[in-house]
Ligand binder design. Structure first.
Ligand code: 5AD
Ligand code: SF4
Length: 485
């Protein structure tokens, strides 16, 4: 549900600084300002603009949303819409929204407010979690919006767009009861070097703080054959890295005849010729099995990084959160990874200030950081959300106290990370190069375990290449080194 490692302050983000430049085959060429289309998409691209209409889509929130937007863009391009770089140029302006915390929702309403006097003639649409959560209420708060559609109804998007094109004033897709997933003939690929594949949508857990089961609906897995076909297509057009996505990615259960579990699919995707790295996120501790660790140990193409959100280090709070595991059970799974023959980096999400969290509970989260030795955490102040069971729980923690605890937690993690990264100085890692900062003479990329590496080299045109980098220096979030031949 979250963007991995985006706390890397020194990160060279491929999306913003990577310069498309000549690179060795087989990477496909970036089209239109870095957007990249696969062969089926290029067919659509040729027809793009046939309607003379244009669209702009802005995405908030998690990787699932990023990828949903790629699919929505594909649907639109397939219908002859042309992508434009700013909302003011577009006939259709879409916001793919997030509502995981209140701040995220407020941000979207602020964005919608910008159109109050300017929307004339444009179609403004709200997609994603806030659309599902607020529904037609959005029309009340922003009457210039004419499309509201939650992610569980994206299959209906072409119909909804038809209705708008034939003069419909307000259309909605808000059903949650769909048992199908959002399949598209065309997906626009916005990421240059690593491609997303959604394998499971929705969530069947009911964590007390979380709005996702309400906004994304019940869990639906895609047939393994469809996932593998997509992986093969991506490899054919030059992708070497794939990221499997799902709210609870490891709860995957193949609805097709093979009946595969997550680990079977993981192994099969890693086996696709041309695929050198497979990542997956987000894993739920309850469905995290020893077999997954064994697969990482034995299949080099499976990245040695697991994002395993714990949420709290106190079993009492975990129970109140309905997380379905205790601190001890969670740490046992961490133990499997620490005993593995391959170094596995582990990252986590932690919520501070869940209702009733005592000083002792918080101490439990701090000591869990020591025990788990994460490579990074994403820490959040608890934010009450509509349609969740924790919303009206007693003993809310005051905001100042949440902020105080959050600062202590982050400082403890910073120390742990600094020490962990320091130990890596002198090691050599394979880095998938995804960024270049010419002014600083630095290249950037990720190790298999998702650590960010900035490095210097005497070579040119490294984007998309896998290179060996010897680490000479470390900070709390990144490694620095030189390429070795
Ligand atoms: N308040 C704060 N953090 C939350 N998360 C989910 N819901 C809430 C909430 N109501 C966090 C969890 C989850 C991450 C993506 O967002 O840690 O893993
Ligand atoms: Fe939300 Fe819990 Fe489902 Fe994750 S597992 S999406 S935190 S309800």
């Amino acid at each position: 549900m979250n963007k991995q490692f985006d706390i890397g302050v020194e990160s060279l983000n491929g999306d913003t600084v990577a310069q498309p430049e000549s690179r060795q085959a087989p990477l496909p060429l970036p089209l239109r300002g870095g957007l990249r289309n696969n062969s089926r998409e290029q067919a659509a691209d040729a027809g793009a603009g046939a309607t003379g209409k244009s669209f702009f889509i802005e995405t908030f929130g998690c990787q699932m949303n990023d990828h949903d937007s790629e699919k929505v863009a594909g649907v639109l391009q397939g219908r002859g819409y042309r992508a434009v770089g700013t909302p003011s140029q577009a006939d259709l302006v879409l916001y793919n929204t997030c509502s995981i915390r209140e701040k995220a929702a407020q941000k979207v309403f602020a964005r919608l407010g910008d159109w109050k006097t300017l929307a004339d003639g444009k179609i403004i649409g709200v997609l994603g979690c806030l659309a599902q959560q607020e529904g037609e209420e959005i029309f009340e708060r922003a009457p210039w919006v004419s499309l509201v559609c939650g992610s569980a109804s994206y299959r209906k998007l072409p119909d909804l767009i038809d209705q708008l094109e034939s003069g419909g004033r307000r259309v909605t897709g808000l059903d949650l009861d769909t048992d199908e997933t959002f399949e598209t003939d065309i997906t626009r690929r916005d990421r240059l070097l690593s491609a997303y594949i959604t394998i499971i949508e929705g969530c069947d857990y009911s964590c007390a703080y979380c709005v996702v089961p309400h906004t994304r609906g019940p869990e639906r897995s895609r047939p393994s054959e469809a996932v593998l076909a997509e992986a093969r297509r991506l490899a054919d057009v030059g992708y070497t890295e794939i990221q499997l996505l799902g709210q609870t990615v490891n709860s995957y259960r193949d609805p097709g005849p093979r009946g595969w579990r997550f680990v079977d699919l993981l192994r099969a995707v890693a086996d696709v010729p041309g695929i050198r790295r497979v990542r997956f996120t987000t894993s739920h501790p309850n469905d995290f099995t020893r077999e997954i660790v064994e697969a990482i140990e034995t299949v080099p193409a499976l990245c040695n990084h697991v994002h395993l959100p714990v949420q709290s280090g106190s079993s009492r709070v975990l129970q109140a959160m309905r997380r379905t595991y205790t601190r001890e059970e969670y740490l046992e799974k961490i133990g499997w990874m620490r005993e593995a023959s391959r170094d596995i980096s582990i990252t986590s999400d932690i919520i501070i200030g869940f209702p009733g969290e005592t000083a002792e509970d918080f101490e439990g989260s701090l000591s869990l950081l020591d025990a788990a030795q994460y490579d990074a955490i994403f820490s959040f102040k608890y934010s009450p959300r509509p349609n969740t069971s924790a919303k009206d729980m007693p003993d809310a923690i005051p905001e100042e106290e949440k902020s105080r605890r959050l600062a202590i937690l982050n400082e403890r993690q910073r120390q742990i990370q600094t020490a962990r990264y320091e130990k890596l100085v002198g090691s050599t890692f394979e880095v998938h190069t995804d960024a270049h900062h010419p002014a600083r003479g630095v290249w950037g990329g990720r190790t298999s375990c998702n650590r960010l590496v900035n490095f210097s080299t005497t070579r040119e045109s490294l984007l998309g290449q896998y290179v060996q980098v010897k680490i000479s220096r470390a900070s709390a979030n990144a490694l620095f080194g030189e390429q070795v031949e």
